[in-house]
Ligand binder design. Structure first.
Ligand SMILES: [Zn+2]
Ligand SMILES: [Zn+2]
Length: 307
């Protein structure tokens, strides 16, 4: 029983440490009690927003964190990990060193998504938290940005479903018929003002800086509600679509420069009567090189005639 009391004390101290950090930023913490200990439900109020961001915090207190190679190692059973992965809200996993008052954090869903190994097959896995990931008031804006991104990602999938399968009944089974379809990639930190772009060629959705979509005069095809991303039709796949530019999309590789370029459609080739470039040649060239070849052959022809 002595052990259990000490365990409880460590847990309580850990929760207090975390609550203190969030309370200073006026984030609202509510305690949730269950068999695994105490956790928090946190609401983040951002100025100008009608509703708060929300997330769960899973707190583990310890007197002896296992630190090796600048990482905190912590064993956890996969049953809990599966719950957190499937949780509707983002889950922040934290380890509190109650002797040094240091708190280390990790977005658990993102971490699990990145794990390549078959962690679900194991009963226990060892989480590795970078020792740099210390929860301090200064990093709360970063957590806020992460949260906004994670909600945007969540809403983006719904928006794509809505665009591709507007029929509510079939929404659960929506899918793309396009052979080029690739799932939406995670939203990185490099994009400041994220919007979705839909490639007019391959039909894939990808993240784009909204300012760029506007500057390129892409047509806005979805007006977002709060928390949702806007969607633009991307009619310059050769410049932006990651699927097309990887060679897995609808674009053809230019024989001259190796860039993936918009293919000329078959209708254009139907009555091909260009005397300078053959139909077969044209099909294998990007627009720029096609023009260049035209000019150089025109030149040659003129010079040839003038002699
Ligand atoms: Zn594409
Ligand atoms: Zn080219």
């Amino acid at each position: 029983m002595v052990k259990r009391t000490e365990f409880g004390q460590i847990g309580e101290k850990a929760v207090l440490l975390v609550e203190k950090i969030f309370n200073e930023a006026n984030w609202v913490c509510n305690r949730l009690y269950h068999d695994f200990g105490i956790d928090l439900h946190v609401k983040v109020f951002e100025s100008g927003r009608t509703a708060p961001w929300e997330f769960h915090v899973q707190i583990k207190g310890t007197k002896h964190p296992h630190i090796s190679k600048d990482r905190i190692h912590f064993d956890i059973d996969t049953e809990h990990l599966k719950d957190w992965r499937d949780s509707l809200l983002p889950v922040l996993f934290v380890i509190c060193d109650v002797r040094s008052d240091k708190v280390y954090w990790l977005w658990i869903k993102k971490y699990l998504n990145k794990l390549n190994l078959d962690w679900q097959e194991q009963s226990i896995i060892t989480l590795q938290i970078p020792a740099n990931n210390q929860l301090r008031p200064e990093i709360l804006p970063q957590l806020c940005t992460d949260l906004r991104r994670s909600f945007l990602m969540h809403e983006a999938r719904k928006v794509i479903g809505l665009m591709e399968e507007p029929d509510e009944i079939n929404r659960s089974s929506f899918g793309f018929n396009s052979p080029y379809y690739r799932p939406l990639t995670e939203l990185g930190r490099s994009i400041k003002n994220p919007a979705l772009a839909r490639c007019i060629l391959c039909g894939n959705y990808f993240w784009i800086e909204e300012g760029i979509a506007i500057a390129w005069e892409f047509v806005k095809i979805y007006e977002p509600y709060v928390y949702e991303p806007a969607v633009y039709d991307c009619d310059a796949p050769e410049e932006f679509c990651p699927v097309c530019m990887s060679g897995k999309g609808a674009l053809e590789k230019c024989k001259n420069c190796g860039r993936y370029a918009v293919p000329e459609f078959d209708e254009i080739f139907e009555d091909w009567d260009n005397p300078l470039i053959t139909w077969d040649e044209a099909k294998q060239l990007c627009h720029e090189y096609f023009e260049e070849l035209m000019r150089s052959r025109e030149c040659k022809l003129k010079n040839g005639n003038s002699i």
